[in-house]
Design a protein around this ligand. Structure first.
Ligand code: PGA
Length: 252
């Protein structure tokens, strides 16, 4: 047994208008008001952050953003700074999601800068890593994860990582309905925890929460959560529906 508190996060991606986001958030807080032993976070689109914050601030559901830029302010059209999302009520920020790496040119280097910016602004990063199908088929999974983790966390001290959350999201399992088996996910989570231990020591390795992401749903969450190194989930599609997401949060 470990004493890591389960963490279940919903990544709403580019879905929901402000009104839709507020409605889903309100329904969710009602459905999970009796949940005491799981940390819950939702990451709506930027445009809905403030209003969702208003809607959930009396509840235990926490707010996160899906991305940030690393500069404090400046002439960066279209970008959002760490201080801006913090002022909208965010405590968390997802960084390095594979969709950002795939479609928006994010690299291990930009991910590193964003994690630094999050930490400097007292935001907890939810740092995503994961291999593509081709990389898994080519038996490259562990090399890729090693590189993503080492480069993403280059230059950090163990103290920097106290609030960091790591998310393992195999790209081939995101939005595809194909979930990694719990054994496949556990194998990678153990690998990542060992790597953290080698780089930053036993204490952080023992306390860092590692989430699994990729087609998590009410039907598979229980099995995933029964694995010793899986501490939670980063949920995309199934988090858009408050009832479904609440079922995931109340897994048994
Ligand atoms: P999914 O997305 O649950 O829809 O597969 C997960 C994610 O991208 O975080």
């Amino acid at each position: 047994m470990n004493n890591r508190r389960p963490f279940i996060a919903g990544n709403w991606k580019m879905y929901k208008t402000c009104a839709e986001a507020v409605e889903t958030a309100k329904t969710l807080t009602g459905l999970v008001s009796d949940v005491k032993n799981v940390d819950v976070m939702i990451a709506p689109p930027f445009t809905a952050l403030s209003q969702v914050h208003e809607a959930i601030k009396e509840s235990s559901v926490m707010l996160g953003a899906q991305n940030i830029f690393w500069e404090k302010e400046g002439a960066y059209t279209g970008e959002i700074s760490p201080g801006m999302i913090a002022s909208a009520g965010c405590r968390y920020v997802i960084i390095g999601h594979s969709e950002r790496r795939q479609f928006f040119g994010e690299t291990d280097l930009s991910v590193n800068k964003k994690i630094r910016a999050a930490i400097n602004n007292s935001l907890a990063p939810v740092f995503c890593v994961g291999e593509t199908e081709k990389e898994r088929d080519g038996k490259d999974t562990f090399n890729i994860l090693d590189k993503q983790l080492k480069m993403g966390l280059e230059g950090f001290s163990p103290g920097d990582l106290e609030r960091m959350i790591l998310a393992y999201e195999p790209v081939w399992a995101i939005g595809t309905g194909k979930t990694a088996t719990s054994a496949q996910a556990q194998e990678v989570h153990r690998f990542l925890r060992n790597l953290i231990e080698n780089l930053f020591g036993k204490k952080i390795a023992g306390s860092v929460r590692i989430l699994y992401g990729g087609s998590v749903k009410p039907e598979n969450i229980g099995e995933l959560m029964s694995m010793p190194d899986i501490d939670g989930a980063l949920v995309g599609g199934a988090s858009l529906n408050a009832e479904k997401f609440a079922e995931i949060i109340k897994y048994k």
